[in-house]
Write a protein that binds this ligand. Structure first.
Ligand code: NAG
Length: 241
């Protein structure tokens, strides 16, 4: 009887053990307190232009053709779909996902200086949420910059998060109105509205209502860390040794 109780307790414990990947802080890397917003403008990200990207492996961020799945050829710096006649868009798999109940991986536009900050393309940063989401973290790779970003500002890449200042991307890629799905700033308001998005983008949209519990623009503490191979595998750029 006792043995059975012990064995079932052990089984229960092992079933409930969550994945716990090793996170390696980078000494002397960027760190501090920051703010977040969210966006998904469907555009090729700025870190995809190799003339501005200086990463350890020398590769810009992978972009995709209109289907969001087929990789654009990196060689020709395909013109962003946010410009008239552009052909390169965000890849639909560069979205956030949950690793365990207190950690998610994802992607972000970022500025550490205020305004466009190309110097940090493809670095990874561990964001520790404050306030209502305290105890949860999100490890993001920086794939984009933004003229509209402030200092220590992370604009998290989440489909249905609002197209922001670029209104040509989602409308040409997916046929949305220029304002995208939901509001131009802020995007959709409910998890159900995520079902309007193309199938490949729906989980990344629901992430905001599930893992982030619908909390708008949480503040964070941040620390630069080594990029997990899972993120580098999706973007093709990063600081893996
Ligand atoms: C999730 O993974 C992180 C990183 O390994 C770890 O620090 C954290 O404790 C894990 N969370 C849970 C609930 O196991």
């Amino acid at each position: 009887m006792k043995l059975i109780v012990l064995v079932s307790a052990l089984l229960l414990a092992s079933c409930h053990a969550e994945p716990s990947p090793t996170i390696i802080p980078i000494e002397g890397g960027v760190q501090g307190d920051g703010v977040t917003t969210r966006y998904w403008d469907c555009c090729a990200t700025s870190c995809a232009w190799d003339q501005i990207v200086h990463t350890k492996n020398g590769q810009p961020v992978q972009t995709c053709t209109k289907d969001g799945r087929t990789h654009s050829t990196k060689e020709n710096n395909a013109q962003s779909g946010c410009a008239v006649g552009g052909v390169a868009y965000s890849c639909s798999n560069q979205v956030a996902w949950v690793i365990n109940s207190t950690l998610a991986y994802g992607f972000s536009a970022a500025s550490f200086t205020g305004g466009i900050d190309n110097g940090q393309c493809c670095i990874c940063v561990l964001l520790s949420f404050k306030g209502q989401l305290a105890g949860k973290q999100m490890l993001v790779q920086v794939t984009n910059t933004g003229s509209d970003l402030g200092k220590n500002h992370f604009d998290l890449a989440m489909p249905g998060g609002g197209v922001g200042i670029f209104t040509l991307g989602c409308s040409s890629q997916w046929g949305t109105p220029p304002s995208g799905w939901g509001e131009e700033i802020g995007g959709v308001q409910t998890e159900e509205e995520c079902n309007q998005l193309p199938g490949d983008l729906q989980e990344g949209c629901k992430f905001r209502f599930r893992y982030l519990e619908g909390v708008p623009n949480p503040n964070v503490a941040f620390q630069q860390v080594r990029c997990p191979s899972e993120l580098v595998a999706l973007t093709g750029c990063g600081d893996l040794d």
